[in-house]
Design a binder for this molecule. Sequence first.
Ligand SMILES: [Zn+2]
Length: 666
Amino acid sequence: MINLMGSKIRIQFIITAFVSISFVNLMGQDKALSPRIANYVIDVVLDTSAKRLTAVTELKWKNTSSKPVSDLYFHLYYNAFKNSESTFFKERGVPRFLTQGIHKECGWAWSNINKMTDQFGNELEGSMNYLSPDDSNPDDQTVLRVILNQPVLPGETQKFTLDWEAKIPRTMPRTGYNKEFYFFAQWFPKLGVYELAGQRFAKEDQWNCHQYHSSGEYFSDFGNYEVNITVPQDFIVAASGDLFGQSKVGESRTWTFKVEDVIDFTWATSPHFLIQEDNYKDTKIKMYSYAYKEDMGSRYIPTLKNCMSFLEEKLGPYPYPTISVIDPPIHGMYVGGMEYPTLITTLSFCFFPKGLKIPETLIVHEFIHQYFMQMVATNEAEEPWMDEGITTYYESRILDSFLNPESSAAELWGVNVGSKEYNRAEYMSSAHPKIASNAIKSWEYNHGGYGEIAYNKAAIWLQTMEGLLGIELMDDIMKTYFQTWKFKHPGRQDFINIVNEKVIEQRPESFPDGMDWFFEQVLYGTEECDYAVASISNEKRPSVRGYFEDYRNCEWHSSSDDKYISKVLLYRLGEVKVPQEIMVMFEDGSSEMHQWNGLERAYELIVPGYKKITSVQLDPHRKIYLDNNFVNNSYSLKTEDKGVKRLSAIILTGLQHIAESLTMFL
Ligand SMILES: [Zn+2]
């Protein structure tokens, strides 16, 4: 249960009261957490009547390679909403609720760099061109290449100034405005990642800068941000990082936010934000919602604290001085359920039944992304399982750590659903669980399965890995992975390498060659896993009879003390092969465990002894969460229903055979 006692949730409308006092944290921090490759100072003005952003960006980019770099690649995400021919809309189609909004207010959008100069005064806007590296779509303008006048030398940091403008989209996925609610994600010209040879899949030094696709998210480099946001006087700004002051400029107000060692910067504004504040240790929690959703704070904030505490213990502390949570209004729900550095969004309606744990699930999920996406900055577009799958795996673990695992997803009208089971059902009940593997890019799920495979399936095979290795080793692996790769950009092989190192070191007797055999099946493969108990038999051990030593003497004796030879027949129905544990239960109530390597299609377990086997449970501790049918994992001779069902099935099959035989004579 969530204990709300002692929680000091302060509600305030007075914006000046929460101007940061934690200057020390940012300004005094001389030790950089990240390599700080792409650093931005942005002055942006929001024009709420023209729905425009006008901005100047001062960008400092460091070349970490050993060769000069003579171009820069930028994401211009807002151009995905420029017209119906962008790759984003060609992949997604233009949903009706968007087109209605677009037509009403011409809610299409764009982003344009009007002027760009380097630190030597060279003007670069003449050497820009749009590229479509993923699909060659000539109408897509979401990737912009700028050829430099003077290359950035190895180890050098160069400064560029960009004058740019953007038209704000109306209610587009993850960004835009509706009424007086504005949400700015992927809103500024943002550099791609210059990957060095050997990093992830890069064979040579190169820009990694994908177009904006309908599925899949982002990839960018670490840096510091200072963003000065000018909005109408009565608007409140929520943003990544901490507020460092605000000043009145005529009818407007400029809010200054700073954040260090992050991969992105996001903000939102509305005159109607209600702010609730709290703390988790040294981190300030700032929750922004609308007055009619004020009560949701009592569900979100304690949940967030539980989540922060769990991750701190299992992986390491959250190192930023703030975490902001935006619970958007109903008319802003298109931005809900997203994660950005030090800022996450949730989604709730005025009243969610307490038993439906969607708000809890969402805030936990989005906060985990601060670790897997933000700090361990994987490429969300190329390897979506590395953030979404790992996050979904932790989502269940965290919810189960402070809620009842049997009902951590829902507890409503007498129906209980655990979070793990919910995620498993999402995958198992999908239209085509084998539609794709976890080794493809997000936009390659073009026939479906993105959510089920990238989120749910990956979470389930991570859960299965935990079952096979044990939770201590799993926690050791994940902590090592986090600590090794935080503030870097790992790829899947980097994760696999850590798993293999740890497993070979700590489980040589079970997995002497590591876990490649597992990843081949679950990460690169599409097959399903299903093991079943087919039958149990208890035969009285026959006596040994006949002539043996002496041909004149017919013998009749028992060569063993065993009374029964009991047999359990097991099937591997799926293609995935994983070792199995078998619990055999006897008539006297005792039980014993047996092992099977799970490789053959069928396996007969022979158990001699004094007592009859009454039931068998395959994988009794639910270690193999990938098994797609738990019902056939158990078999009991006592279950009359099952017996009756089997009997009627035999009779029906028999009748069918008789009928088929008769038709031969007709
Ligand atoms: Zn997610």
